[in-house]
Design a protein around this ligand. Structure first.
Ligand code: MRU
Length: 348
């Protein structure tokens, strides 16, 4: 099993995703600041993995807080949450995990005055978030696997696999693994996903490691392969899903959804409930992260574009709900109208 992020006695252990697939190297992060920096620099990435890492980073920070009362710990913890929350704005799992950790500290405070006990509870909460992530992606994979026909080819964008979660199954790739584990034959076409190349570097790597047949294409080949009848279904992950089903995911996802509609191919979004933000009405309210221009002008150390060129580098786009066939979650499959079906999943 690929272990994206892990709690160890030395600190938070992370697989450095920036250098995959050529190097498989793990980093030990020994403070919450180091974890926040790792999220920002994309050592770890993918909405659920960001949430799990943030929770572990906060647990680490709490453990290192030198305050002698719970009030001292709360003061330090507020600052840590602010630092963590300022890392990446789009993936709602980050804010969801921070809120879970804050709520656990509030509960601990109501139960005890022992600051060491409160710290212990925060570590426990982070480990719970980790375990639940693995479990919810297994469940999502089972629901999603039922929607995949035997012999199907799934096109995916970015990496929504083990590497984008706590490990093991993943979300979009969890659906692929769910189908495989139900005994179906399934193959994947992976978009390379410019500019950070999560498809080429990460999806291709983890599927090959898992011996799931995968073919890599560049992003501009998606329409062509669909037209040739080579794609049966599209499955992507999500960074934030609004109440009406509008979905923010890696830049280029919207383009794939439009192409899928043009070719009458089902377009599924796979995400745990922690990625659904019922507090916002539509995708208009989702903040889109703008990243460093160097990701566009360079590949590694290689410069591709003229020095000083104007660059726009939005890391995500929003796919409108009308292009989404269904949203596969850990609690079941939501179909349009999403405004009702998503709320129902939370109520169940
Ligand atoms: O910028 P990234 O690599 O963090 O973006 C990741 C994605 O867009 C994934 O598709 C999404 O987080 C779902 S991961 C299960």
């Amino acid at each position: 099993m690929i272990k994206t992020v892990e709690w160890t006695s030395e600190g938070v252990r992370m697989l450095d995703q920036r250098i995959l697939p050529t190097e498989e190297k793990y980093l030990i992060l020994r403070s919450y600041e180091e974890v926040a920096e790792a999220i920002k620099k994309m050592v770890v990435r993918g909405a659920p993995a960001i949430g799990v890492s943030a929770a572990m980073g906060l647990a680490l920070g709490a453990r290192q807080s030198v305050g002698t009362s719970i009030a001292d710990l709360e003061f330090d913890f507020d600052h840590m949450c602010e630092v963590m929350g300022a890392t990446r704005p789009t993936a709602v799992n980050l804010f969801w995990a921070i809120e879970r950790m804050r709520a656990r500290l509030r509960r601990a405070k109501a139960e005890t005055d022992d600051v060491e006990e409160a710290k212990h509870q925060l570590v426990d909460e982070a480990l719970k978030i980790f375990d639940e992530d693995i479990e919810s992606n297994r469940s999502l994979g089972r629901f999603g696997g039922e929607l995949i026909q035997d012999g199907a080819t799934v096109l995916t964008h970015c990496n929504a696999g083990a590497l984008a979660t706590a490990g093991d199954y993943g979300t979009a790739l969890g659906v692929v693994r769910g189908a495989r584990d139900a005994g179906k034959r399934v193959a994947v076409i992976a978009d390379e996903t410019r500019p950070f190349l999560q498809g080429a570097r990460l999806t291709a790597w983890e599927l090959s490691k898992d011996e799931i047949p995968v073919t890599l294409i560049t992003d501009n080949m998606a329409g062509h392969v669909m037209k040739q009848g080579k794609v049966d279904v599209v499955v992507v992950g999500a960074d934030r899903i609004a109440r009406n089903g509008d979905t923010a995911n890696k830049i280029g996802t919207y383009m794939v959804a439009v192409l899928a509609r043009q070719h009458d191919i089902p377009f599924y979004v796979a995400a745990p409930l922690s990625t659904i933000d019922l507090s916002i009405r539509s995708g208009e309210e989702i903040p889109i992260e703008e990243r460093d221009s160097r990701e566009v002008t360079h590949v590694g150390q290689q410069q591709l574009a003229p020095e000083g060129i104007e660059v726009h580098n939005p890391a995500f786009d929003v796919t409108p709900n009308e292009l989404i066939t269904a949203i596969i979650t850990d609690k079941g499959v939501a179909r349009p109208p999403f405004e009702e079906s998503l709320q129902r999943l939370f109520a169940d």
